[in-house]
Write a protein that binds this ligand. Structure first.
Ligand code: NI
Length: 200
């Protein structure tokens, strides 16, 4: 009996040690590392068809962007810090690409369609590079897009209304709408521009 407890203890200790080791291992910071990480975790299946409404009120689908790469980001207009920061990074990458920026669909898909109407998004996107486009839709359309891109989005009640908790990756998709890689808010704009340029 005593002996089996010892084994159990050692097993638990080993599991904790392994978990600790993995937690301490730094995550990828470069886009190259992201690719291999993405493939290892099955992120290659991120993406898929969507039907949404652009900031001018026009219905769009993923098929409308087939002649371009897509850089897809999910967030919401009233986000206090993460979304504006990431949209600024995307803007900077678009600026660095110059004329080639038009070969990419820079999409900001709202996770908060209740508040982010097309008009609202049009105003909000005025803060960023003109290549960036806001997309909204019905809550069902948004739910489907969130699911296809495996985005985490959760409403969080607050004293005066609610905010949204969400994952914040930028997904780079090829002209067939297939996942290439993702970027995080730690990725520098020049690295995003460089990775995109390699795909053009
Ligand atoms: Ni945000």
């Amino acid at each position: 009996m005593r002996r089996s407890y010892t084994y159990l203890f050692l097993l638990v200790a080993a599991v904790i040690a392994i978990a600790f080791f993995y937690k301490q291992t730094p995550g990828p910071t470069s886009s190259i590392a992201s690719v291999s990480e993405g493939q290892a975790t099955g992120e290659a299946s991120i993406g898929g068809p969507f039907t949404l409404v652009d900031q001018n009120g026009k219905t769009v689908t993923d098929q409308d962007y087939r002649d371009k790469l897509m850089l897809v980001y999910f967030g919401f207009a009233s986000c206090p810090d993460i979304c504006p920061t990431d949209l600024t990074i995307m803007s900077e990458a678009a600026k660095q690409l110059g004329d080639q920026a038009s070969k990419v669909a820079w999409l900001f898909i709202t996770i908060d369609p209740e508040r982010d109407t097309a008009e609202m998004l049009k105003t909000y996107m005025g803060n960023f590079h003109p290549a960036l486009q806001g997309l909204t839709g019905t809550s069902e359309q948004i739910k489907d897009a969130i699911k296809a891109y495996r985005v985490y989005a959760q409403k969080v009640p607050q004293k005066d209304g609610y905010t949204m908790d969400h994952s914040s990756f930028m997904y780079l998709m090829d002209r067939q709408g297939k996942f290439i890689t993702h970027f995080t808010h730690n990725t520098r704009a020049e690295d995003i521009a460089k990775t995109i340029r390699e795909q053009l």
